[in-house]
Design a protein around this ligand. Sequence first.
Ligand SMILES: CC(C)[C@H](C(=O)O)[C@@H](O)C(=O)O
Ligand code: SF4
Length: 469
Amino acid sequence: MAARTLYDKLWQRHLVDELPDGSALLYIDRHLLHEVTTPQAFSGLRSAGRKPWRIPANVAVPDHAVPTRKRELGVAGIADRVARKQVETLSRNCEEFGIPLIELEDARQGIVHVVGPEQGLTLPGMTIVCGDSHTSTHGAFATLAMGIGTSEVEHVLATQTLRTQKQKNMRVVFEGQPGFGVTPKDLILALIGRIGTAGGNGYAIEYAGAAIRNLSMEGRMTICNMSIEAGARAGMVAYDRVTEQYVEGRPQAPVGERLEQAREYWRTLVSDAEADFDREEHFPLEALVPQVTWGTSPEMVTGIDGKTPDLSQLAPEKRESARRALDYMGLEPGRPLKGLSIDKVFIGSCTNARMEDLRAVANLVQGQKVHRSVKQALIVPGSGQVRLQAEREGLDMIFRNAGFEWRAAGCSMCLGMNDDRLNPGERCASTSNRNFEGRQGKGGRTHLMSPLMAAAAALAGEITDVREV
Ligand SMILES: CC(C)[C@H](C(=O)O)[C@@H](O)C(=O)O
Ligand code: SF4
């Protein structure tokens, strides 16, 4: 057989049919659901009198609209009427259609993209979909993981297949090793800065190179998570020992003979040495410094030693959007990012709210204090399991003693769909993945960065270089 990429292998393994219009039908192994993008899908099933095709392939968990405080109150503790209705509707729909649900009160509840891998619902070689763009996160496990829309959620529920287009193959090879204070978040932000938010359009990206091989699964997830911000349909990393060890022993992972069988397949989940990629990007890491966004798109990013752009230096087609972004962000052109004072800090989201992120933050802030000029500094674990583990390790006390608020799991301030928000004009150092206008609350100003950089900003009260803390 001709040499194939990992993406091509996953594609061919799940291909059910090729349709006359050039699209294809893929079999879906795992369907994850949350409260925001599923209500109409269930309504659609109901009015068509259809039942889910394969119930155990589905798992639902509320995450976007959940409060991160007073969780002992359960759904009754959700003050916002719309948010409460979303969470209640998810429970009702799951009950009616028999879909397994991890409820708000469940110790496993959390952001769907943190819960899936943690519970072993995400396994190598799967096709995974969810009505959520950051489904690309799961690609870290050598899966084909794609975000889908609400009408596709209905289609997947009803048929266990997805109608989709084959993408081209792109390989991003990170060369060399990142230096001190440079994290997976910095790698992906810098890549987006280079290729742009449309750079990956039409591609599935495979991340490769020694730096990726040396990363933990958590770091790989951070990178795959933001593939969508690079415009790609999916992002993935080849299977290796790191994947194997992470998966073993997870609650839903196979055991015994089935694990042996699965591993035989999993070990094939690498691009063949001779495989051809439609595009290759080589990204040297030696000179990479911690990254910070200055604008309202993830590609509006620079190193911590950088400045907001000098508009006259920009290509004419970039000038207007940069001007608008700077205006929204309340920044002048040509201004250093270092020293910019911040109002709030958000450490959380499906990009950066797993154990390694929290351990790194704890390590940095231990025995120190959040700067008095910072109005609020939130640390929101990605899941109930992350929260429990962090508490076992005493990290919550380190955070609280330093002046951070330690919350319950959910999307929280990553987007303004729950109680955690920015007020107009507030500037936030955030570990999330999107800095669009109003993303964290109307008029809020988001600077994306790594957990280390956000923690350093919390201590300094301003954007600062974590390598100098
Ligand atoms: C609400 C949901 C549909 C959305 C997504 O698709 O990504 C959200 O998770 C986000 O990060 O913007
Ligand atoms: S944490 Fe943010 S990016 Fe992730 S699923 Fe929730 S809202 Fe989307």
